[in-house]
Design a protein around this ligand. Structure first.
Ligand code: E4P
Length: 216
């Protein structure tokens, strides 16, 4: 499973990119609004750092507007993937954008049937939101597994982005169930880099080293 960073914060993107573990970035209108910045300028900044896919979401609710916005966003850099909400109008827009070789990420997927429709419309990626399903007492991970199975049986090349990842177990489970990509906040990348036994091991090695220096 590849790792994407789910943020519009440039410092977090720089920090994560330096680690060499990031294959792409996803943003959404809430993440962009939090930054209080010009959306297109920020996308340019992100694309100057990240060579992989950078998802940028449209705001329009009608296909025509989505296509217009998508074409405009796609001009910013070749790695821009246009993020489209999972609606009938969204599917129409995905169909048009994909025929123009513009990559799309269909977002706000909460069922396997939605993922199937998005893939058939020509989506490059689908983003099932597992954390938000867990929040309402549904099984987000089962959705990842179902989509993976359907796409495998029917040889569908659309990649599955496990989105709305909230904690380390989501990362492991999504990877085990075959998500191609997991998009997560920087805080989750920090969390999954850590283990108490790693910290204890480093402390012990250093203490033993110091002891040996003193006795020499
Ligand atoms: C993914 O593309 C979304 O931006 C994101 O994962 C949503 O996560 P949230 O449910 O934590 O807001």
């Amino acid at each position: 499973m590849k790792i994407f960073l789910d943020t519009a914060n440039i410092d977090e993107i720089k920090k994560a990119y330096e680690l060499g573990v990031i294959a792409g970035v996803t943003t959404n209108p809430s993440l962009v609004a939090k930054e209080g910045i010009d959306f297109k300028e920020r996308l340019q900044e992100i694309c100057a750092i990240v060579s992989g896919s950078v998802s940028a979401e449209v705001i329009s609710e009608h296909a025509e507007g989505m296509v217009e916005e998508g074409e405009d966003l796609a001009k910013i850099a070749p790695q821009i993937t246009v993020k489209i909400p999972m609606t009938l109008e969204g599917l129409k827009a995905v169909n048009i954008l994909s025929s123009k070789q513009i990559k799309t990420n269909v977002t706000l997927i909460f069922s396997a049937n939605q993922a199937l429709l998005a893939a058939r419309a020509g989506a490059s990626y689908v983003s099932p939101f597992l954390g938000r399903l867990d929040d309402i007492g549904h099984n987000g991970m089962q959705l990842i597994e179902d989509i993976e199975q359907i796409f495998s049986i029917h040889n569908i090349a659309t990649e599955i982005i496990a989105a709305s990842i909230r904690h380390p177990l989501h990362v492991t489970e999504a990877a085990l169930r075959g998500a191609h990509i997991g998009t997560m906040p920087y805080s989750v990348i920090e969390q999954i880099s850590k283990h108490p036994l790693t910290d204890a091991g480093i402390e012990k090695f250093l203490a033993d080293w110091e002891k040996a220096q003193k006795s020499n």
